[in-house]
Design a protein around this ligand. Structure first.
Ligand SMILES: [Zn+2]
Ligand SMILES: [Zn+2]
Length: 249
């Protein structure tokens, strides 16, 4: 069968392609397995360390489809994922190093693809800014899954936690790295009450202009993708109109 769907260019890779992305670490309600959930599209869906994409909108088409935004996403560069992690909404996410395979489509800064293997999970900082060493229950989640929160030992206090080695095991043998995500911030002063006056301390600017520029670029990319989606929607609508007109007696 012909039609516009058959004409859409596709790419396929049997060789795994490296990529980087953010995700929330998840623990199954029965505590027997771990997985990941997306930070933007498909937030409600939990995927395993090795998994195939399904349509986030409940369609039964193969992912990724030209006509839909579903599928796994990754960046080509680890830096792009780290930049996204600076956004307040994503600060509790972990950074994944993945191998993408199967059908894929390119976008400006990465790939959208069908099959994924999570190789490495990089755990960054606790909300308080200290390097995170444990995973605690965040209080958020989806049906059957609790979302885990990277925390430092101080903030974990006596909360129930999952150790990173256990997460690695329950996720099916991924590598977990505690990296404390370098932020460029230094050690705290030995005595906070004796901190030097602000004028005498040339500290890092509160708003890193580089981060602002990168987030602005990210917004521009999202706008471009939205425009592209609207153009496609019009194309499909026009084709549908044409077909329904033709079928009319
Ligand atoms: Zn879809
Ligand atoms: Zn902390």
């Amino acid at each position: 069968m012909g039609g516009p769907f058959a004409r859409s260019p596709r790419e396929h890779s049997d060789e795994p392609l490296p990529g980087f992305k953010l995700a929330y670490p998840m623990l199954a309600a029965d505590g027997a397995s771990c997985g990941f959930s997306g930070v933007t599209l498909g937030r409600a869906h939990v995927y395993r360390a090795v998994d195939d994409a399904i349509c986030a909108h409940g369609s039964r088409h193969a992912c990724p489809s030209r006509w839909c935004d579903c599928g796994f996403y990754c960046f080509h560069e680890m830096g792009a994922a780290r930049d996204l992690a600076c956004e307040p909404d994503h600060r509790s996410a972990v950074l994944l190093e993945v191998a993408a395979s199967g059908r894929y489509r390119r976008y400006e800064r990465g790939l959208r693809y069908a099959r994924q293997r999570v190789k490495t999970v990089r755990i960054g900082r606790c909300d308080c800014g200290r390097p995170a060493e444990l995973l605690a229950d965040s209080g958020a989640g989806s049906v059957g899954w609790r979302r885990l929160l990277p925390v430092c030992r101080n903030c974990a206090a006596d909360r129930p936690v999952l150790r990173p080695e256990r997460f690695a095991e329950l996720a099916g043998g991924v590598q977990v790295v505690l990296e404390g995500s370098p932020t460029g911030l230094g050690d705290p002063p030995a005595d906070p009450t004796a901190a030097a006056p602000a004028a005498a301390a040339p500290a890092a600017p509160a708003e890193d202009p580089g981060t602002v520029a990168l987030l602005s670029a990210e917004i521009a990319v999202l706008h471009a993708r939205l425009d592209e989606t609207l153009v496609r929607l019009e194309e499909v609508q026009a084709r549908l109109d044409e077909l329904t007109r033709r079928d009319r007696p």
